[in-house]
Design a protein around this ligand. Structure first.
Ligand SMILES: [Ca+2]
Ligand SMILES: [Ca+2]
Length: 412
């Protein structure tokens, strides 16, 4: 691991390219409900491998929460270390070969790694203290989480090797905090630290360097949290005030949206694509049913169920999507939790085929409906990621129409 003395310079450099990049490739969508261990279990996925073939999370039955995984959409329990009765799987490497999370009995969690389905406790700062693993780098080398080297929780990082716990991260604020995620390259950790006022603040750590407190929303009282970071370490997502937000290059947070004006931490952005142009999370009013949301550059925030039904023609009658936990780095899949038509809390994954040039309404064919769509935008300077701009030159005009007609009548 290299030591980066100039994080802010690095962040600034990447800042200039952060808002460019390829569109999120949303093509034809398929929605797959994931099986659970029983008809009464409540199942929650946390995240997935880059190709979405392995999804990890937890399942709760009769007040017992156990770590689980879905491999090719088939359910399996993850084994617990001897003597442990509960656990949660929180993160997974890019290829799905290593999973990390927690195991314990009642309120005594320990960080755990699963390699080849074998659970092994990750050594903490000392024996007999609590620790939790929340994120793992793409290759599995480094792990972010929380530990208690003293009597309070601290953001922590661990090595996958036998040594486990690494020297403490510094704390920009008060002495309490959490580590929530690590960048795919293992160089950056995001999480929270607590100010003297008691308010939580989103923070970014780079290696063992000086941590950065991410700014608040101007005019909004303090209180924020960071939950994930993209591959280039240019974009951090989380919550600030009552908003789901993203911080681009450590600047003032962009407000993605809010489904509540009740209190802090009601609206959380939890995961993002590599290019940061698609973000998923949970919006909630404290007293209401949470909303799984999707935010897209140029299109803004919307309940994921509405997007899937209106833009992708899925029939989700009877479903309530209550949490969107993760999106793959390419945007090819989103997983989360919902309540199915039978009232069971169930895990699901929605996968998107690669975008199909000319299939402007995501039906899998290029026909009259797509032509109507294109003509409806003819002459416009569209927002980012407009599919009717077939040649991606920033306007919808004759060149796009010619290209479209060349594909008319074909299937994806
Ligand atoms: Ca179509
Ligand atoms: Ca064009």
């Amino acid at each position: 691991m290299q030591h980066h003395k100039s994080t802010s310079a690095l962040l600034l450099t990447v800042a200039l390219t952060a808002s460019a990049g390829t569109p999120v490739p949303f093509g034809v969508a398929t929605f797959t409900p994931l099986p659970g261990p029983s008809a009464t279990s409540a199942d929650t996925p946390y995240t997935m491998s880059d190709d979405s073939s392995i999804i990890v999370g937890f399942s709760t039955s009769a007040n017992l929460t156990v770590p689980v995984k879905w491999v090719n959409d088939n359910f399996a329990l993850l084994p617990l270390p001897p003597g442990n009765t509960q656990g949660i799987a929180r993160s997974i490497t890019a290829d799905g070969s290593i999973i990390v999370g927690n195991a314990g009995s009642s309120f005594n969690p320990r960080a755990v790694k699963w390699i080849d389905n074998v659970p092994v406790l990750i050594p903490g700062p000392s024996t007999n203290v609590r620790s939790m693993a929340a994120g793992i780098s793409a290759d599995g080398t480094f792990i972010a989480g929380t530990a208690e080297p003293t009597n309070s929780s601290r953001p922590a990082w661990f090595s996958l090797t036998a040594s486990g716990y690494l020297p403490s991260l510094q704390y920009p604020l008060n002495s309490f905090g959490t580590g929530e995620a690590i960048s795919p390259d293992g160089r950056f950790i995001v999480g929270t630290s607590v100010r003297a006022s008691g308010a939580q603040s989103a923070c970014l750590w780079t290696d063992l360097g000086v941590p950065i407190q991410l700014p608040d929303v101007p005019g909004i009282p303090a209180g924020s949290g960071a939950y994930d970071i993209n591959r280039e370490a240019t974009i951090v997502v989380g919550t600030a005030g009552i908003y789901a937000v993203r911080w681009v290059n450590g600047g003032v947070p962009e407000l993605l949206g809010s489904y509540s004006n009740d209190s802090f931490f009601d609206n959380l952005a939890g995961d993002l694509t590599d290019n940061g142009r698609a973000i998923v999370g949970i919006g909630a009013r404290s007293s209401a049913i949470p909303v799984a949301f999707l935010w897209r550059e140029g299109r803004g925030i919307a309940p994921l169920k509405e997007v899937l039904e209106s833009e992708f023609h899925l029939d989700l009658t009877g479903w309530t999507l209550t949490a969107a936990s993760a999106i793959t780095p390419s945007g090819s899949a989103i997983c989360g939790r919902g309540t199915n038509p039978q009232g069971k809390v169930q895990a699901w994954v929605v996968r998107f085929a690669p975008p199909c040039l000319g299939d402007l309404n995501n039906t899998g064919t290029i026909d009259t409906a797509d032509l109507v769509y294109l003509l409806g935008r003819f002459g416009q300077i569209p927002s980012a990621d407009e599919p009717a701009d077939l040649n991606s030159d920033g306007s919808v005009n004759t060149a796009d129409l010619v290209r479209f007609l060349g594909r008319f009548g074909t299937a994806c």
